[in-house]
Write a protein that binds this ligand. Sequence first.
Ligand SMILES: NC(=O)c1ccc[n+]([C@@H]2O[C@H](COP(=O)([O-])OP(=O)(O)OC[C@H]3O[C@@H](n4cnc5c(N)ncnc54)[C@H](OP(=O)(O)O)[C@@H]3O)[C@@H](O)[C@H]2O)c1
Length: 256
Amino acid sequence: MTQVVIISGGGTGIGRAAAEHFAQQGDQVVILGRRGALLEQAAQAIGGRFPQAPPVIALQADLAAPDQVERVRDVLRARFDAIDVIVNAAGRHVLRQVPAETYADGLAGVARRWTDNFRLNTLSAVLLTEALADQLRAPGGRILFLSSIAAYRGSGQGCYGAAKAALHPYSQDLAKALGPRGITVNVIAPGYVQDTGFFGSALSPAQRDSKAAEAMTLRAGTPQDIAATIGWLASPGAAHVTAQIVQVNGGAERGR
Ligand SMILES: NC(=O)c1ccc[n+]([C@@H]2O[C@H](COP(=O)([O-])OP(=O)(O)OC[C@H]3O[C@@H](n4cnc5c(N)ncnc54)[C@H](OP(=O)(O)O)[C@@H]3O)[C@@H](O)[C@H]2O)c1
């Protein structure tokens, strides 16, 4: 059966790999993000690789803005009878790839960096999920969140890991609320994943090697590693898996 799969952050990195996973299965994929041209390019490229799937739909939206999420909800409601899978991959560490002085403004800077991380990582996922939950197929619907190893051990200044950790209790409450309808809710917490926009070109080769060496497997994660776990949690075989946080980090969280 062709599933309808909504992927925030589906234009790049992990979300893009997830989009390719579902397109390869012949699913109808919808990708969301703020950069419209990039999304369109990704949709075309995925369609070119997997012509057996329905054309990928690209919707531009800032998912931390309630009115823009409402617009997404209305477009999807008009287009589809039901949604099978929501993958909340949109997110970002706001301290990455910005000049150091961006948040160097005393307590005002502290407040901005915590608020910005919360908006991009927590609110973007919560708003999309709240907007679409009523449209999920029942039974069978799936909600997935992208957390991070930072939710367990921090990432330098607390604000990114805290914003990701906020998704954990939210997912548990949702799993309880939606379980009776046959909908599962799970979180994937990756460690270092290479080849995405998250770090971009910010890491030196030595920093990349050092991050990869944290894993017991002595390698970096790939977007495809994470997409494979997303695909499993969205599959019929994972129908009785809910309220879980699945760490995909080569054992890095336990330390070597
Ligand atoms: N790479 C890692 O090492 C790593 C590790 C742990 C967790 N994660 C998490 O995994 C997820 C995917 O990250 P990635 O590594 O694949 O990085 P990425 O390539 O930068 O992907 C993040 C995506 O989120 C979108 N996005 C960000 N804010 C948004 C917003 N407000 N509204 C709509 N879309 C938004 C971005 O597109 P636009 O900029 O066009 O909006 C981008 O496509 C993120 O949640 C990240 O925190 C990554």
